[in-house]
Structures are given as C-alpha cells and as structure tokens.
Design a protein around this ligand. Structure first.
Ligand code: AMP
Ligand code: ZN
Length: 136
C-alpha cells in the first residue's frame, strides 16, 4: 500500500467504487470513464506500479482472479478486450498495476486493437535488438 495511491485508497474503501469482485489477491471495479458497458479495472491488492514490478507468484495468483472475472464479463458481453498500459508513453495514468477488461458487443462502435501497419521496418535488426534485451 502507498498512502497517495488512488487505487490503494479504493481497495481500502477510502474512495468509493463500483466493486464487482474481490478475493485475497485482486479487486475489480467499474472504470469511472467506461469505454463500453461493463468496462472493468482489475488490480492486485498489493501495490505494484506495472507489469515488471510484480513478483511471479503474485502475478500467477492475480491472473487466476483476472481469468475468473474475464469469464463473467465475456458472458456479460459477447467479446472481451484486455488492455494493460505500462508507463506514461503507453497511456498509463494510474501507477498501480491494472488491467482493463472491456466487454464488447456487435456494432458497439469501439475501436480497440486495430492499427495501421508500419512499412519498411528492418525486422531482422529489431528481432536481434529485442532478443539481446531478453537475454540480459
Ligand atoms: P490507465 O490509463 O491505464 O492508467 O487507466 C486508468 C483508468 O483509471 C482510467 O480508465 C480511468 O477512467 C480510471 N479511473 C480513474 N479514477 C478512477 C476511479 N476513482 N474509479 C474508477 N476508475 C477510475
Ligand atoms: Zn496502489
């Protein structure tokens, strides 16, 4: 827990939320600015700032909670996007690890996961750069 973290305050009940699920590892609540009906945020109970910050065992427990909530939300809509932003450049606004679970319905008018593909990239060089980072 950190004192000035918005999501830690939500877990503690100091800030109200529309909670839909809670267990030992995770807390899930409706996003205050929903992109679709049922747009949910799921967060680990412990404060971690992003996906690289959380220890493997906590992540494993948390992911099982996420899967449970995802199953329900998939029935609530008829598709589901899962988004997780890391860092300001990627659009992270709240620095307590969270996943967006976004139920989708046909013709809901939301565009997620579609992009214009970049042309003429040096794929082999990119591959080598990334592989060397993974081997560090
Ligand atoms: P991100 O850009 O991935 O960091 O997403 C942060 C999300 O937190 C945004 O979608 C906000 O709408 C959401 N949010 C911020 N404050 C609250 C709050 N008090 N209750 C619920 N969701 C919130
Ligand atoms: Zn926090």
């Amino acid at each position: 827990m950190t004192n000035d973290c918005l999501f830690c305050k939500i877990i503690k009940g100091e800030i109200p939320s529309n909670k839909i699920y809670e267990d030992d590892y995770a807390y899930a609540f409706l996003d205050i600015n929903p992109s679709t009906e049922g747009h949910t945020l799921i967060i680990p109970k412990k404060h971690y700032k992003n996906i690289t910050d959380i220890p493997a065992e906590d992540l494993s427990n948390f992911m099982q909670s996420l899967q449970k909530v995802a199953k329900g939300l998939l029935q609530f809509g008829n598709g589901l996007n899962i988004i997780q932003n890391n860092g300001e450049t990627a659009g992270q606004l709240v620095f307590h690890l969270h996943f967006h679970l976004i139920p989708r319905r046909e013709a809901d008018g939301v565009s997620i996961g579609h992009w214009e593909s970049k042309k003429n990239l040096d794929m082999n060089k990119i591959q080598e750069n990334i592989k060397s980072l993974l081997n560090q």
